[in-house]
Design a protein around this ligand. Structure first.
Ligand SMILES: [Zn+2]
Ligand SMILES: [Zn+2]
Length: 309
């Protein structure tokens, strides 16, 4: 049972969930403004840029840095990372990371905040964070970043970054930029990110025995800049790269690696050799099993042909 001293001052203290709910669906509905602007390749690339910039903010910053501390950086770049992540409009950085740490702690148990096997697909995808009880988070889950006042400020005012991004887009390119670069891209970005809580725990293959339903999924990894290697991630979550082998595409990791070459980030944590070898062994076993099965299936078929003559 929780004692009061373990709980921090709630950040969004049980604030009108109905208002949040209405706002959330209104913002989702803005995707339909796409019909007010004729398509152009320029707008298409604005949407793509906005999507991937902010996906990086979620995967490299909110997830790999703030939730799992899988690399190090300066205090200034830490704030920039938090700002880019906030631009994705997925609530505050400390809120996000604290809840995500809980997800790993209780994966697919009753206490998991978004388990599709326990609570259903749509709940794990997006309805969980629309609930009043998840407005708050506990500072004790994230003391390593809660100690920075600038992060607490950004977390409390998490609407500032997305709003300034939207205004910036409008000032640069008018209504078309706002629609494609913000409304459309934010809608797609949100749903793509949430597939990691929903689809990544349902579809794909499980290389490691991670004691939960996490899966590796190539398609989701492309869409989410490497987050689709979710089974790898659940098995060894402090690794900066979620694609463990060269053939597991992980765009966020490539960018972080490039940033490490110029000294912007450092101490990138990698999976130990033991884990990589175990993964290879499991892949080989799986292949051998599949080949065995094919041989067994073929043998009776040949015998049938022989006996029929
Ligand atoms: Zn997960
Ligand atoms: Zn994680």
């Amino acid at each position: 049972m929780e004692t009061s001293h373990q709980k921090i001052e709630p950040v969004i203290k049980n604030q009108a969930p109905l208002l949040f709910l209405i706002l959330f669906f209104l913002i989702q509905a803005t995707v339909f403004t796409v019909f007010t602007v004729p398509f152009s390749w320029e707008l298409f690339w604005v949407a793509v840029g906005s999507y991937f910039l902010r996906m990086f903010g979620i995967t490299a910053a909110y997830h790999r840095y703030f939730s799992h501390a899988s690399f190090k950086t300066s205090r200034v770049f830490q704030f920039i990372l938090a700002w880019i992540g906030s631009m994705a409009m997925q609530k505050g950085v400390l809120w996000w990371a604290a809840h995500h740490r809980n997800h790993h702690k209780y994966s697919d148990t009753e206490k998991d905040i978004h388990s599709p096997s326990r609570k259903g697909f749509w709940y794990s995808h997006m309805f969980w964070f629309l609930r009043n009880e998840y407005n708050d988070y506990e500072a004790k889950l994230i003391p390593d970043f809660y100690k920075y006042p600038e992060l607490r400020w950004l977390d409390r005012n998490h609407w500032i970054a997305p709003l300034s991004f939207a205004v910036g887009l409008y000032l640069v390119g008018g209504w078309g930029y706002l629609v494609y670069g913000y409304a459309v891209a934010t809608f797609l970005l949100g749903h793509a990110t949430w597939t990691i809580n929903s689809l990544s725990h349902v579809y794909g293959s499980a290389r490691f025995e991670s004691r939960d339903t996490s899966k590796n999924n190539f398609f989701l990894a492309l869409l989410t800049m490497g987050e689709g290697w979710h089974n790898n991630h659940h098995y060894y979550c402090s690794s900066v790269n979620q694609g463990f082998y060269w053939y597991e595409v992980d765009l966020s990791y490539y960018i972080l690696k490039a940033l490490s070459f110029v000294g912007i980030v450092w101490d990138l944590k990698k999976p130990p050799v033991k884990v990589l070898e175990e993964g290879r062994r499991r892949d080989l076993e799986k292949k051998a099993k599949a080949a065995n099965k094919t041989v067994k299936e073929k043998i009776p078929a040949r015998r049938t042909v022989v006996t029929s003559h």
